[in-house]
Design a protein around this ligand. Structure first.
Ligand SMILES: O=c1[nH]c(=O)n([C@H]2C[C@H](O)[C@@H](COP(=O)(O)O)O2)cc1CO
Ligand SMILES: [Zn+2]
Length: 163
């Protein structure tokens, strides 16, 4: 008989997006994204970070004050779109830890992605999130909050038959 405790596609792709977020150097919010086609093939991943060649050690991670991260950081969703290497993203689904902002929504729509699956919506009342939802719904992009069956999923690097 087949295993019964295998993870769902949704859990798998959101899990990949959460793993990508672990690469983020942002001390406050780590976001990951995973773009998937209609055959359940992963097309790309990304996380929030500074552009290629722009050092994490020289640019600021501050949220407030004179010099903040905001003008420099590339959002996870845009990084995932740009990392797809020219593959078509038409009719794809993007899994993201955090609901996309309006700038990412524009890129999502223009790249042909048709569904956004998200976990957290902690900035639901921000202008950027409201504008994002307005754009995505006008463009007919589906938005779906993932309700995972389990709160956690443990990965182990130990060699263990039960992992
Ligand atoms: O959609 C998003 N995707 C994304 O990658 N981010 C990134 C930019 C910043 O590095 C961080 C947000 O920082 P903070 O929560 O400290 O304001 O998350 C932020 C958003 C905004 O919703
Ligand atoms: Zn964004």
């Amino acid at each position: 008989m087949k295993r019964q405790d295998y993870i769902s596609w949704d859990e798998y792709f959101m899990g990949v997006s959460l793993l990508a977020a672990k690469r983020s150097k942002d001390p406050n919010t780590q976001v990951g994204a995973c773009i998937v086609d209609s055959n359940h093939v992963i097309l790309s991943t990304g996380y929030n970070g500074f552009p290629l060649g722009c050092s994490d050690d020289e640019l600021p991670w501050a949220r407030t004050g004179e010099d903040t991260k905001y003008p420099y950081v590339v959002h996870a969703e845009l990084n995932a779109i740009l990392n797809s290497g020219g593959k078509s993203l038409r009719d794809a689904t993007i899994y993201v830890g955090l609901f996309p902002c309006n700038e990412c929504a524009k890129a999502i729509i223009q790249s042909g992605i048709r569904e956004v699956v998200y976990l957290d919506d902690k900035y639901a009342n921000a202008k950027s999130t409201l504008a994002s939802k307005r754009l995505l719904s006008m463009a007919g992009v589906k938005m779906r909050k993932l309700k995972p069956r389990e709160k956690t999923l443990v990965l182990s690097f130990e060699s263990n038959p039960d992992r």
